[in-house]
Write a protein that binds this ligand. Sequence first.
Ligand SMILES: CC(C)(COP(=O)(O)OP(=O)(O)OC[C@H]1O[C@@H](n2cnc3c(N)ncnc32)[C@H](O)[C@@H]1OP(=O)(O)O)[C@@H](O)C(=O)NCCC(=O)NCCS
Length: 159
Amino acid sequence: MLESQFQVVPFNRSYLDNVVEINRICLPENYSNYFFLNLLERFPKTFHVALVDEEVVGYIMCRIEVGLSELGKLSLAKKGHIVSLAVLPKYRGMRIASALVKEALKGMAEYKVNESFLEVRASNHPAINLYKKFDFIPRRTIPSYYRDGENSLVMSKKF
Ligand SMILES: CC(C)(COP(=O)(O)OP(=O)(O)OC[C@H]1O[C@@H](n2cnc3c(N)ncnc32)[C@H](O)[C@@H]1OP(=O)(O)O)[C@@H](O)C(=O)NCCC(=O)NCCS
């Protein structure tokens, strides 16, 4: 599918049910409605959905945090944290996630972050490859980060 066949638009409340459903279909890490709406209220520039013919087929949501740098140095940084990203199985491999990440990174730049980071399952090669394409570098492993005991990989990139 060409980029012109889908659209990336800012998330709003009318997409909430669809995004909650996509999250449940695609990921074991699920959140309350409040969690999604809170991120919308605080960081709207980094919360987007992908639409195909008006149907919501994917989303990305992020949080802006201040804390220890994820680039491996001992300093404080303003960080854009990719909290959740998913595309419905039927629409994968069409560069929809790439378009969502691109838009979220643009939003992070508007929030003037110094860096961006995320946690990803160590076995999630599609997502790891996707983030590498955006110059995210694997930095460290957090053992048993997920409820089922799987390790996470922290990946980050400098802005
Ligand atoms: C990871 C995910 C978001 C990718 O969505 P997508 O729209 O299919 O991704 P894209 O089409 O934009 O792919 C971009 C790049 O990601 C990598 N990639 C995507 N799917 C892949 C796969 N099945 N195997 C290997 N690499 C893959 C490739 O490097 C690809 O670049 P290319 O098209 O030049 O080969 C999607 O598979 C998904 O929703 N998975 C379940 C939820 C999830 O894992 N979310 C991430 C949590 S951190």
